[in-house]
Each structure stands twice: as C-alpha cells, then as structure tokens.
Design a binder for this molecule. Structure first.
Ligand code: FES
Ligand SMILES: [Fe+2]
Length: 474
C-alpha cells in the first residue's frame, strides 16, 4: 500500500462499531470486503432483520399514487407494507396485515375506496381507522387503535415516497444528509417516471448495486464509452484505459458517491463533471463529439439525455461555435432555450453545483440516484426471496415535465422481465447486468476470499459495509 494511507483504505465516522465487535469472517479489512457478506444466507437474514427494517427505504414515486385510494405494496424480505394516497395532500403507509387473522390486505398496486380484507371482509378507511368489523358484537371490545391498521413511518423527498419501520430512526431529510442539498438544483421533484423496468439479477442485491457504484468498470465493461468514435466498439487498449477514465469516490456518514471525470486527474485539471466541459468524441469537430455522446446515451441508456437534449445536439451540429465557447457549453445553451420555450422550469446550475452532485449517489441501503438536469436515473435492489445469489433489480428513468403538467396524472406501469435480456434495457445496462452472474460464480470459488477495492475509485462499496455494520452489530 505504498501510496495508500490506512485512513483512505478504512475511513471511519463517529458512531461506527469497533471492528472487534464484527465476527471475524465478516470483518472489513483496509479496502477489503469478505465475500461472506454477499454469499452467506445467515448474513442476508441479519440484513433483513436489522438493516432494512431500521432504515429509510424508497417505496415508490408520488406519481405512482395519482388518485385518492391508489396504493403500492412494498415488499422487503418477509414484510409487506402498503403505501396509500389518503387524500390529495397525504400519503400514508401501513403494515399490510389484517388485524383479525393477519391476512395481507392488498397486493402489488391498484386503487380502492376502502381497504378490504379478502378473508372475512373487515374494512378500513384510507386513514387506517376501522370501518367495518363484521359481527362486531361477537368480539371482545378493543380500542380503535388496536383495530386500526398499524402505521409505518412515511415521508417524502423530491417526489420519492420513503418508508421506515423503525420509530427510532432520524427523520428522512436528516437521514439523507447531505444528499438533499446537493441534489436540489436538479429538481427531481419536477420529474416524473418516463419508464420503469425491473428484472431478476443473478447475484446478491448488493452486487448489482455495487456495479453502479463505481466508474472504475467503465473501460472494462463499457469500452465504447471511451472510444473516439461512436461506431468503433473494439475493446479499449490499456493505454486508452489509463488516460481516459477516472472516477473518484467520496464517502459520508451513511451514503456515498462517485464522480466520473472521464480523464485521469493527474493529466488534467478537470475536477468535476460540468457537462459544458465534457470531452467530445467526434474527431476534429467538437460539435460532432458532443452530439455523438448525447445521442449515444439517449439511444443506449434511454435516460440522463432526453428527446429534447438530442434535438439540441442536432441543432449544435449546424451551429457556428462563438469564440471562446466550447461545444459542450453551446449545447447546454441550446438545450436550455428549448426547455424554457417548451415550458420547463429550467434552473441555472453553477459549475460548483454540478461538481458537488457527482455522477451517482448511493442512498443507504438499497437505492442509487444519478442526479442530472432534465432526466435522472434511479436504481433499487432487494433480495429475491431467501436466495442470497438472487435479487430484484429495478431501474427508473425520471424526466422533467413542463410546469403545466405538474398536476397531470400519469399511468405508471412498471415492466417486469424475468430475463433482463428480454427487457430492452439498452446496451449499457445490459453490459452491466451481463457481469452479475459471472461475479456470483467467481465469488463462490474457494480461491476467492473477498473484494480487493481501489481506495480511490471503489470506496462507495466499502462504505456500504461500514454503515451496515452499525446496524448489524451494534
Ligand atoms: S383475516 Fe382479515 S377479516 Fe379475517
Ligand atoms: Fe456500468
């Protein structure tokens, strides 16, 4: 570890559990994560008992609950929670269990006038109070509270509805700190779901998230993103890898982020992702470089760029670049003008705000957000049943809508594809998911003991485990 300090390889925060409290087979080492934390059923059971029920979990977006009575069921491990729109202003969450004999009250998503148990027909108002107890006179009298649906904490941030099953947890905004501040310029609350797909990943729920928590894999997994022309998809040479990719991570008390800079820091003074300064990939014409990159991301990721930013890219191709302005800057100016003309509330985002927002944020435990102006990307992963090597992986593309459409109801229909290859997820996400089974098979090898992480580009992964230890062994 010639150039690496111990502090860099094992960052710590006040309130962390002392390492000796963690059983040896699960104890983190400097930039090292033992594989049992991914592969052992006992470890996953502990996560289901001690992490998920005590943290804030993103259950749905507000637009998934457009009308009074709309509900979404959120399942995690053996628990089920119902998130319900009680009124125009209020969203509530309840444990999804009948007070009579425990039956699950509603499944998946839908809309109801009142919540009706499918077994004996007891009913509840949307505020959780009991409405009908059939043959009530035959039952021992019980308080309203005892017969009412049991509430789960439910709070909102930027259009996301979070739930928390622990009364001791801090309020959502405090829990999310520092993310609300750095993400606020991007107006995720003014975005709506454009598409929402889910699939089964053949790996641990953390493995699939880990693949989106570092940019270190970009040269290996997505070599086309580093190529100088969009059509040349040959694997990058090592020389190109060395000069084109660098994605440092930053860790916080609970959450973490990485930021893809596109070029190695030592060879550039470019320290943030300011899109006005992104490198082009268009040969001699910087306009073509920007336009190619925008079009490629729109076609193959179907998020972060929009139909509007692609139109701006097409205009850019024909626009004379003014003295002293980069193609990236001019693209942003055209995009901005189109957005404003088309009724969007388009913020001026300062270079330092772009820098602070980074590329992707891990919201502990199981959500990732890529903040971006106009369109953002969200990932969520959960264990699939009791198999540590299988997970439910969901991708949500959010897109900013015109101010006039803020109250417009949309029909969100999540698509589920058991096989991600059938899900038309685009080249980039498909490449990421292609890795997952290989990682799982390889990790089971007796020759492999755990992840050896880059202290600069992969500490997001280590940080997840450090934070988890606070819940697992406190
Ligand atoms: S179990 Fe729900 S009404 Fe009987
Ligand atoms: Fe990737």
């Amino acid at each position: 570890m010639a150039d690496v300090s111990l502090e860099q390889a094992s960052p710590s925060f006040e309130g962390d559990v002392p390492p000796e409290r963690v059983p040896e087979q699960y104890r983190l080492g400097p930039a090292f994560v033992p594989k049992g934390r991914y592969l052992d059923l006992d470890f996953m059971k502990r996560e289901l008992d001690l992490v998920f029920p005590r943290t804030w979990l993103m259950a749905c977006r507000l637009e998934e609950l457009p009308s009074v009575g709309n509900y979404v069921e959120y399942r995690i491990g053996d628990r089920s929670v119902l998130v319900v729109r009680e009124s125009k202003e209020s969203i509530r969450a309840y444990h999804n269990a009948c007070r009579h004999r425990g039956t699950r009250l509603a499944t998946d998503r839908g809309r109801v006038g009142s919540i009706i148990c499918p077994f004996h027909g007891w009913r509840w108002n949307l505020d959780g109070s009991i409405k009908l107890q059939l043959d009530a006179e035959e039952f021992v009298p019980r308080s309203e509270e005892d017969l009412g649906l049991q509430p789960v904490r439910c709070e909102q941030w930027e259009g996301f509805v979070f739930i928390c099953m622990d009364d001791e947890a801090p309020p959502l905004l405090e829990y999310l700190s520092p993310i609300p501040d750095v993400v606020s310029p991007f107006g995720l609350g003014n975005m709506r779901i454009r598409w929402f797909k889910s699939t089964i990943a053949h790996c641990n729920w953390k493995t699939v998230l880990d693949g989106f928590l570092e940019g270190y894999h970009i040269p290996g997994t997505h070599p086309q993103l580093n190529r100088s022309t969009r059509d040349n998809l040959n694997p990058a040479t090592m020389k190109e890898i060395d000069i084109r990719a660098w994605s440092p991570t930053s860790v916080y008390e609970r959450h973490s982020m990485y930021q893809s800079l596109g070029v190695k820091r030592k060879q550039s003074n470019r320290l943030d992702k300011d899109p006005a300064r992104r490198p082009g990939a268009g040969g001699d014409d910087p306009r073509a470089g920007i336009a190619n990159a925008v079009e490629y991301i729109y076609e193959e990721l179907r998020a972060l760029e929009t139909e509007r930013s692609v139109r701006a890219a097409q205009i850019l191709r024909e626009t004379e670049l003014p003295e002293g302005k980069s193609a990236g800057q001019v693209h942003l100016e055209i995009y901005r003008q189109l957005a404003i003309d088309e009724g969007l509330d388009w913020a001026e985002i300062e270079p330092k705000q772009w820098a602070a927002a980074g590329t992707a944020w891990h919201i502990f435990p199981n959500m990732i957000v890529l903040p971006n102006q106009g369109s953002s990307l969200v990932y969520r992963a959960r264990p699939n049943g009791m198999d540590p090597d299988s997970s439910l992986f969901e991708v949500m593309c959010l897109e900013q809508v015109p101010v006039a459409d803020y109250d417009k109801k949309i029909d969100v229909v999540p698509e589920f594809h058991e096989d991600y290859r059938q899900g038309d997820l685009g080249r980039i996400l498909t490449q990421d998911l292609d890795n997952t089974e290989n990682i799982t098979v390889g990790m089971h090898s007796p020759s492999f003991d755990g992840h050896r992480l880059s202290t600069e580009q992969e500490m997001t992964i280590w940080n997840h485990h450090r934070v988890a230890d606070r819940y697992l062994w406190d």
